[in-house]
Design a protein around this ligand. Structure first.
Ligand code: CUA
Length: 328
Protein backbone atom coordinates (compact mmCIF):
# COMPACT_ATOMS: atom_id res chain seq x y z
CA UNK A 1 0.00 0.00 0.00
CA UNK A 2 2.57 2.51 1.18
CA UNK A 3 4.60 1.28 -1.77
CA UNK A 4 2.20 2.86 -4.21
CA UNK A 5 2.25 6.23 -2.51
CA UNK A 6 5.83 6.51 -1.45
CA UNK A 7 8.71 4.69 -3.04
CA UNK A 8 12.37 5.41 -2.56
CA UNK A 9 13.18 3.13 -5.42
CA UNK A 10 10.99 2.80 -8.53
CA UNK A 11 9.88 -0.64 -9.72
CA UNK A 12 12.05 -2.20 -12.32
CA UNK A 13 10.26 -3.10 -15.55
CA UNK A 14 13.05 -3.39 -18.10
CA UNK A 15 15.76 -5.88 -18.97
CA UNK A 16 18.61 -3.51 -18.16
CA UNK A 17 17.03 -1.98 -15.06
CA UNK A 18 18.68 -4.44 -12.69
CA UNK A 19 22.11 -3.69 -14.18
CA UNK A 20 21.67 -0.04 -13.31
CA UNK A 21 20.27 -0.96 -9.90
CA UNK A 22 23.19 -3.22 -8.96
CA UNK A 23 25.65 -0.60 -10.05
CA UNK A 24 23.79 2.01 -8.05
CA UNK A 25 23.58 -0.21 -4.94
CA UNK A 26 27.29 -0.96 -5.21
CA UNK A 27 28.16 2.76 -5.37
CA UNK A 28 25.88 3.62 -2.46
CA UNK A 29 27.16 0.64 -0.45
CA UNK A 30 30.80 1.53 -1.08
CA UNK A 31 30.18 5.18 -0.20
CA UNK A 32 28.52 4.06 3.03
CA UNK A 33 31.40 1.76 4.00
CA UNK A 34 33.96 4.51 3.32
CA UNK A 35 31.95 7.25 5.07
CA UNK A 36 31.32 5.09 8.13
CA UNK A 37 34.97 3.95 8.18
CA UNK A 38 36.27 7.51 8.07
CA UNK A 39 33.77 8.78 10.67
CA UNK A 40 34.59 5.96 13.10
CA UNK A 41 38.33 6.51 12.59
CA UNK A 42 37.96 10.24 13.31
CA UNK A 43 36.07 9.58 16.54
CA UNK A 44 38.49 6.86 17.78
CA UNK A 45 41.59 8.85 16.87
CA UNK A 46 40.20 12.00 18.49
CA UNK A 47 39.97 10.16 21.82
CA UNK A 48 43.10 8.09 21.41
CA UNK A 49 45.34 11.05 20.60
CA UNK A 50 43.66 13.67 22.75
CA UNK A 51 46.11 16.21 24.22
CA UNK A 52 45.46 14.90 27.72
CA UNK A 53 46.73 11.42 26.76
CA UNK A 54 49.73 12.37 24.61
CA UNK A 55 50.95 15.65 25.96
CA UNK A 56 54.36 15.36 24.28
CA UNK A 57 54.55 16.81 20.80
CA UNK A 58 57.05 14.82 18.76
CA UNK A 59 58.55 16.72 15.83
CA UNK A 60 59.20 15.05 12.47
CA UNK A 61 57.32 12.19 10.84
CA UNK A 62 57.85 8.67 9.66
CA UNK A 63 56.87 7.29 6.30
CA UNK A 64 55.37 3.89 5.69
CA UNK A 65 55.74 2.91 2.05
CA UNK A 66 53.71 -0.29 2.35
CA UNK A 67 50.77 1.53 3.88
CA UNK A 68 50.89 4.29 1.27
CA UNK A 69 51.05 1.83 -1.63
CA UNK A 70 48.08 -0.04 -0.18
CA UNK A 71 45.88 3.02 -0.12
CA UNK A 72 46.92 3.96 -3.64
CA UNK A 73 46.65 0.56 -5.32
CA UNK A 74 43.41 -0.75 -3.79
CA UNK A 75 41.31 2.37 -4.59
CA UNK A 76 42.86 2.44 -8.08
CA UNK A 77 41.53 -1.02 -8.88
CA UNK A 78 38.16 -0.33 -7.27
CA UNK A 79 37.72 2.85 -9.33
CA UNK A 80 38.88 1.22 -12.57
CA UNK A 81 36.42 -1.59 -11.87
CA UNK A 82 33.60 0.94 -11.50
CA UNK A 83 34.71 2.60 -14.74
CA UNK A 84 34.72 -0.65 -16.73
CA UNK A 85 31.44 -1.82 -15.17
CA UNK A 86 29.61 1.45 -15.88
CA UNK A 87 31.06 1.62 -19.42
CA UNK A 88 29.66 -1.83 -20.20
CA UNK A 89 26.21 -0.69 -19.02
CA UNK A 90 26.53 2.61 -20.90
CA UNK A 91 27.47 1.02 -24.23
CA UNK A 92 24.80 -1.63 -23.88
CA UNK A 93 22.17 1.04 -23.23
CA UNK A 94 23.47 3.10 -26.15
CA UNK A 95 23.35 0.28 -28.71
CA UNK A 96 19.82 -0.67 -29.74
CA UNK A 97 19.43 -4.27 -30.97
CA UNK A 98 18.99 -4.42 -34.75
CA UNK A 99 15.56 -6.01 -34.52
CA UNK A 100 14.11 -3.29 -32.32
CA UNK A 101 10.82 -1.64 -33.18
CA UNK A 102 11.22 2.04 -33.98
CA UNK A 103 8.87 4.66 -32.56
CA UNK A 104 9.18 8.38 -33.25
CA UNK A 105 8.93 10.87 -30.39
CA UNK A 106 8.60 14.64 -30.74
CA UNK A 107 8.88 16.76 -27.61
CA UNK A 108 7.06 20.07 -27.62
CA UNK A 109 6.17 22.59 -24.93
CA UNK A 110 4.54 20.79 -23.09
CA UNK A 111 3.68 17.43 -24.49
CA UNK A 112 5.08 14.24 -25.91
CA UNK A 113 3.90 13.36 -29.41
CA UNK A 114 4.42 9.72 -30.26
CA UNK A 115 4.12 8.08 -33.66
CA UNK A 116 3.90 4.30 -34.04
CA UNK A 117 5.07 2.60 -37.26
CA UNK A 118 1.56 1.32 -38.05
CA UNK A 119 0.01 4.81 -38.18
CA UNK A 120 -1.40 5.20 -34.71
CA UNK A 121 -0.15 8.23 -32.83
CA UNK A 122 -0.70 9.35 -29.27
CA UNK A 123 0.05 12.21 -26.92
CA UNK A 124 1.64 11.86 -23.48
CA UNK A 125 1.17 8.11 -23.63
CA UNK A 126 3.37 5.39 -24.98
CA UNK A 127 1.89 1.94 -25.54
CA UNK A 128 4.44 -0.79 -26.15
CA UNK A 129 4.52 -4.58 -26.25
CA UNK A 130 6.33 -6.47 -23.50
CA UNK A 131 9.55 -8.43 -24.23
CA UNK A 132 10.33 -6.55 -27.40
CA UNK A 133 13.21 -4.08 -27.80
CA UNK A 134 11.87 -0.61 -28.57
CA UNK A 135 14.02 2.08 -30.13
CA UNK A 136 12.92 5.68 -29.79
CA UNK A 137 14.04 8.23 -32.33
CA UNK A 138 13.48 11.60 -30.74
CA UNK A 139 13.67 15.29 -31.48
CA UNK A 140 12.14 18.52 -30.21
CA UNK A 141 10.12 21.26 -31.86
CA UNK A 142 11.34 23.97 -29.48
CA UNK A 143 13.62 23.59 -26.46
CA UNK A 144 15.54 20.75 -24.81
CA UNK A 145 13.35 18.18 -23.09
CA UNK A 146 14.34 14.87 -21.60
CA UNK A 147 12.46 11.59 -21.98
CA UNK A 148 12.55 9.87 -18.62
CA UNK A 149 10.99 6.55 -17.63
CA UNK A 150 12.25 5.68 -14.12
CA UNK A 151 10.86 2.12 -14.29
CA UNK A 152 13.08 1.45 -17.33
CA UNK A 153 16.04 3.35 -15.86
CA UNK A 154 16.02 5.34 -19.09
CA UNK A 155 16.62 9.04 -19.52
CA UNK A 156 17.62 10.72 -22.77
CA UNK A 157 17.73 14.35 -23.82
CA UNK A 158 15.39 15.40 -26.62
CA UNK A 159 17.12 18.23 -28.44
CA UNK A 160 15.87 20.62 -31.14
CA UNK A 161 17.79 20.31 -34.40
CA UNK A 162 19.10 16.82 -33.83
CA UNK A 163 18.01 13.22 -33.37
CA UNK A 164 18.69 11.31 -30.21
CA UNK A 165 18.02 7.63 -29.76
CA UNK A 166 17.36 5.46 -26.77
CA UNK A 167 16.11 1.94 -26.37
CA UNK A 168 14.67 -0.38 -23.77
CA UNK A 169 12.94 -3.70 -23.49
CA UNK A 170 10.10 -3.83 -21.00
CA UNK A 171 9.85 -7.18 -19.25
CA UNK A 172 6.79 -6.50 -17.09
CA UNK A 173 3.36 -5.41 -18.16
CA UNK A 174 1.77 -2.47 -16.40
CA UNK A 175 1.65 1.31 -16.34
CA UNK A 176 4.71 3.38 -15.60
CA UNK A 177 5.46 7.07 -15.23
CA UNK A 178 6.83 9.14 -18.07
CA UNK A 179 8.47 12.42 -17.14
CA UNK A 180 10.22 15.33 -18.77
CA UNK A 181 13.49 15.57 -16.87
CA UNK A 182 14.85 18.82 -18.30
CA UNK A 183 13.44 22.15 -17.19
CA UNK A 184 11.67 23.42 -20.32
CA UNK A 185 9.48 26.33 -19.20
CA UNK A 186 6.32 27.10 -17.24
CA UNK A 187 4.59 23.76 -17.58
CA UNK A 188 7.66 21.56 -17.40
CA UNK A 189 6.27 19.81 -14.34
CA UNK A 190 3.07 19.06 -16.29
CA UNK A 191 4.93 17.44 -19.18
CA UNK A 192 4.21 13.99 -17.84
CA UNK A 193 2.48 10.91 -19.10
CA UNK A 194 2.45 7.17 -18.85
CA UNK A 195 3.99 4.19 -20.53
CA UNK A 196 1.65 1.23 -20.92
CA UNK A 197 3.36 -2.11 -21.37
CA UNK A 198 1.03 -4.70 -22.87
CA UNK A 199 1.05 -8.29 -24.03
CA UNK A 200 1.92 -8.44 -27.79
CA UNK A 201 -1.67 -9.46 -28.70
CA UNK A 202 -3.12 -6.60 -26.68
CA UNK A 203 -0.68 -4.24 -28.32
CA UNK A 204 -1.66 -5.31 -31.85
CA UNK A 205 -5.28 -4.89 -30.85
CA UNK A 206 -4.53 -1.47 -29.43
CA UNK A 207 -2.71 -0.54 -32.66
CA UNK A 208 -5.79 -1.41 -34.68
CA UNK A 209 -8.23 0.31 -32.37
CA UNK A 210 -8.64 4.00 -31.64
CA UNK A 211 -8.21 6.75 -34.09
CA UNK A 212 -6.13 5.40 -36.90
CA UNK A 213 -3.86 7.88 -38.58
CA UNK A 214 -1.98 7.45 -41.81
CA UNK A 215 1.16 5.31 -41.44
CA UNK A 216 4.22 7.59 -41.36
CA UNK A 217 5.66 6.22 -44.60
CA UNK A 218 2.36 6.88 -46.44
CA UNK A 219 2.10 10.38 -44.94
CA UNK A 220 5.70 10.89 -46.04
CA UNK A 221 4.91 9.80 -49.57
CA UNK A 222 2.04 12.30 -49.70
CA UNK A 223 4.36 15.06 -48.47
CA UNK A 224 6.96 13.99 -51.02
CA UNK A 225 4.41 14.56 -53.77
CA UNK A 226 2.86 17.68 -52.29
CA UNK A 227 6.23 19.40 -52.00
CA UNK A 228 7.11 18.13 -55.48
CA UNK A 229 10.26 16.35 -54.34
CA UNK A 230 9.61 13.81 -57.08
CA UNK A 231 10.13 16.50 -59.75
CA UNK A 232 13.86 16.18 -59.17
CA UNK A 233 14.46 13.06 -57.12
CA UNK A 234 13.36 10.58 -59.74
CA UNK A 235 15.03 7.29 -60.43
CA UNK A 236 16.30 8.21 -63.86
CA UNK A 237 19.65 8.61 -65.61
CA UNK A 238 18.69 12.13 -66.60
CA UNK A 239 17.98 13.05 -62.99
CA UNK A 240 19.21 16.43 -61.88
CA UNK A 241 19.35 15.29 -58.29
CA UNK A 242 20.77 12.28 -56.50
CA UNK A 243 18.48 9.28 -56.32
CA UNK A 244 17.01 8.57 -52.91
CA UNK A 245 16.67 4.84 -53.52
CA UNK A 246 18.54 2.86 -50.86
CA UNK A 247 19.91 6.12 -49.49
CA UNK A 248 19.43 5.51 -45.79
CA UNK A 249 22.57 4.05 -44.28
CA UNK A 250 24.55 4.33 -47.52
CA UNK A 251 27.86 6.14 -47.80
CA UNK A 252 27.71 9.42 -49.69
CA UNK A 253 30.59 11.46 -51.06
CA UNK A 254 30.12 15.19 -50.71
CA UNK A 255 31.43 17.91 -53.00
CA UNK A 256 34.17 18.78 -50.50
CA UNK A 257 35.51 15.23 -50.72
CA UNK A 258 34.14 14.17 -47.36
CA UNK A 259 32.45 10.77 -47.19
CA UNK A 260 29.55 10.51 -44.78
CA UNK A 261 26.89 7.96 -43.94
CA UNK A 262 23.43 9.13 -44.97
CA UNK A 263 21.58 8.68 -41.70
CA UNK A 264 18.37 10.29 -40.51
CA UNK A 265 20.19 13.39 -39.27
CA UNK A 266 21.83 13.87 -42.68
CA UNK A 267 18.51 13.59 -44.49
CA UNK A 268 16.92 16.04 -42.08
CA UNK A 269 19.77 18.51 -42.61
CA UNK A 270 19.52 18.08 -46.39
CA UNK A 271 15.81 18.91 -46.32
CA UNK A 272 16.21 21.99 -44.13
CA UNK A 273 19.63 23.24 -45.25
CA UNK A 274 20.26 21.64 -48.65
CA UNK A 275 23.19 23.91 -49.51
CA UNK A 276 25.36 22.79 -46.62
CA UNK A 277 26.23 19.24 -47.68
CA UNK A 278 26.09 18.79 -51.43
CA UNK A 279 26.50 15.35 -52.96
CA UNK A 280 29.57 15.32 -55.23
CA UNK A 281 28.73 15.78 -58.88
CA UNK A 282 25.43 17.57 -58.38
CA UNK A 283 24.60 21.27 -58.52
CA UNK A 284 23.27 22.96 -55.42
CA UNK A 285 19.77 23.66 -56.72
CA UNK A 286 17.49 22.30 -54.03
CA UNK A 287 15.39 24.90 -52.18
CA UNK A 288 15.31 24.84 -48.39
CA UNK A 289 12.18 23.52 -46.71
CA UNK A 290 12.94 25.21 -43.41
CA UNK A 291 9.74 26.55 -41.86
CA UNK A 292 7.55 24.53 -44.23
CA UNK A 293 7.82 21.21 -42.45
CA UNK A 294 7.54 20.39 -38.79
CA UNK A 295 9.56 17.67 -37.08
CA UNK A 296 6.78 15.10 -37.39
CA UNK A 297 6.57 15.69 -41.11
CA UNK A 298 10.33 15.30 -41.46
CA UNK A 299 10.04 11.98 -39.60
CA UNK A 300 7.33 10.98 -42.09
CA UNK A 301 9.51 11.92 -45.07
CA UNK A 302 12.38 9.91 -43.62
CA UNK A 303 10.06 6.94 -43.03
CA UNK A 304 9.05 7.17 -46.71
CA UNK A 305 12.65 7.49 -47.95
CA UNK A 306 13.45 4.40 -45.87
CA UNK A 307 10.95 2.43 -47.95
CA UNK A 308 12.67 3.38 -51.22
CA UNK A 309 14.74 0.26 -51.70
CA UNK A 310 16.21 -0.88 -55.00
CA UNK A 311 14.39 -3.77 -56.60
CA UNK A 312 17.57 -4.77 -58.37
CA UNK A 313 19.86 -5.95 -55.59
CA UNK A 314 22.97 -5.26 -57.72
CA UNK A 315 22.38 -1.55 -57.39
CA UNK A 316 22.99 -1.58 -53.66
CA UNK A 317 26.57 -2.73 -53.84
CA UNK A 318 27.87 -0.30 -56.43
CA UNK A 319 31.24 0.83 -55.05
CA UNK A 320 31.34 4.47 -54.15
CA UNK A 321 33.90 5.60 -56.74
CA UNK A 322 32.33 3.78 -59.66
CA UNK A 323 29.06 5.27 -58.57
CA UNK A 324 30.54 8.72 -58.95
CA UNK A 325 32.08 8.12 -62.36
CA UNK A 326 28.72 7.43 -63.88
CA UNK A 327 27.43 10.77 -62.73
CA UNK A 328 27.68 14.00 -64.70
CU1 CUA B 1 9.81 19.28 -21.40
CU2 CUA B 1 10.64 19.74 -19.22
Amino acid sequence: MVDDIFRLHPVNASTTGSWVDWHYFFLVGMSLVISIGISVAIIILAFRYHRSRTPRHEPGFETNLKLELTWIIIPFFILMGIFVWSSIIFFHKRTPPVDSMEIYVVGKQWMWKIQHPGGRSEIDELHIPVDRPIRLKMTSEDVIHSFYVPAFRTKMDVVPGMYTTTWFEANRTGEYHLFCAEYCGTDHSGMIGRVVVMQPEEYSEWLRGGEMGVPPQAAGEALFERHRCNDCHVQDDEARCPSLVGLLGRQVRLSDGQVIVADEAYIRESILRPHEQIVAGYPSIMPSYEGQLNEEQIFQLIAYIKTLQPEDVDQVDVPLDEDLETQP
